[in-house]
Ligand binder design. Structure first.
Ligand SMILES: *Cc1c(COP(=O)(O)O)cnc(C)c1O
Length: 232
C-alpha cells in the first residue's frame, strides 16, 4: 500500500474509533477534534495529510517542528507544540506555534508570553497538569497546587489566550482513573476560567477513556502515522 492510502485508511479508522467513543459517552462527535502528531515523520507525510484534509498538526521538538513549518508554511496548517521546552526556546516556538499545550510552570508561561509579544502573534496556551499521584514522578505537568497560578499568568498576558488544560496519562496507571482525576480538575478549573474549554487529553492507546472523561482535543500519533522508529 502506498503511504497516501495507508494514512487515509488510518485516519478513517481513528475517526471511527473517536466517533464511537463519543456515542458511548453520549457526546456529539464534533465536540472532539483530532490533532495528528507527526513527530519523527517527514514533511512529505504532512503534505499528504494536508491533501487528506488534516489541518491540525502536533509536534514536540522545536528544531524538528520549525524545519517542517518552514518547508510547509504555504499549506496554512495549524501547529500545536506539545512537548516540554526550555525557556530559551520560547522565542522560536512563538514564531510558528498556534497552540502550545505544554505550559507547566510559571517561567514557561512568562517566557512564552514575552515571546508572543516579540513575535507579535496571539498564541493559545494550555496549562499542562500532572495526573501523577506522586508529583515529579512522571510525565511533566503542574501540580494541583500550581496549575491555577500558571493559568492566571497565561490569562493575564496580552498575547496569550488561555485555551484550557492538557494532560498525559501517567505510565502504569489506569487511564480511566487518571482521566477521572483530570475531569475533576477541569471542573474546578472551569469555575475560574469558564471560557477556557479545551481539554487536550488522549493519545493512540487511551483515546476512548479520554473521550469518556471530557477530552475535546486528542493528540494522536502512532494510530495514524504508524509506529515511530525511535522513542522521543
Ligand atoms: C508523542 C505524543 C503523543 C502521541 O502519542 P501516540 O501514542 O503516538 O498517539 C501525544 N502527546 C504527546 C505529549 C506526545 O509527546
Amino acid at each position: 500500500m502506498n503511504r497516501r492510502d495507508e494514512l487515509a485508511l488510518n485516519l478513517e479508522e481513528v475517526r471511527r474509533r473517536v466517533d464511537s467513543a463519543c456515542v458511548a459517552a453520549g457526546r456529539p462527535p464534533e465536540d472532539v477534534e483530532i490533532i495528528t502528531v507527526t513527530k519523527t515523520w517527514p514533511a512529505s507525510d504532512i503534505e499528504i495529510l494536508a491533501q487528506l484534509g488534516v489541518q491540525e498538526i502536533g509536534e514536540s521538538r522545536d528544531q524538528e517542528a520549525r524545519l517542517k513549518f518552514e518547508q510547509l508554511s504555504s499549506l496554512g496548517l495549524r501547529w500545536h507544540f506539545i512537548g516540554q521546552f526550555q525557556t530559551n526556546k520560547a522565542n522560536r516556538i512563538a514564531q510558528y506555534a498556534d497552540v502550545v499545550h505544554s505550559i507547566d510552570r510559571l517561567n514557561a508561561a512568562d517566557s512564552l508570553a514575552r515571546a508572543a509579544i516579540h513575535a507579535d502573534r496571539i498564541i493559545t496556551a494550555l496549562v499542562q497538569v500532572s495526573l501523577d499521584q506522586t508529583p515529579t514522578a512522571g510525565r511533566g505537568g503542574a501540580t494541583s497546587e500550581d496549575y491555577l497560578k500558571v493559568a492566571e499568568a497565561i490569562a493575564q498576558s496580552s498575547h496569550l489566550r488561555l485555551g484550557g488544560v492538557m494532560a498525559v496519562a501517567p505510565l502504569g496507571d489506569s487511564p480511566d482513573v487518571a482521566f477521572g482525576r483530570l475531569e475533576e480538575l477541569v471542573a474546578k478549573f472551569q469555575l475560574e476560567f469558564p471560557e477556557s474549554t479545551m481539554v487536550s487529553a488522549g493519545m493512540s492507546e487511551d483515546l476512548v477513556e479520554a473521550v469518556a472523561h471530557g477530552a475535546t482535543h486528542l493528540r494522536i500519533g502512532s494510530a495514524i502515522m504508524g509506529s515511530r522508529s525511535y522513542v522521543q
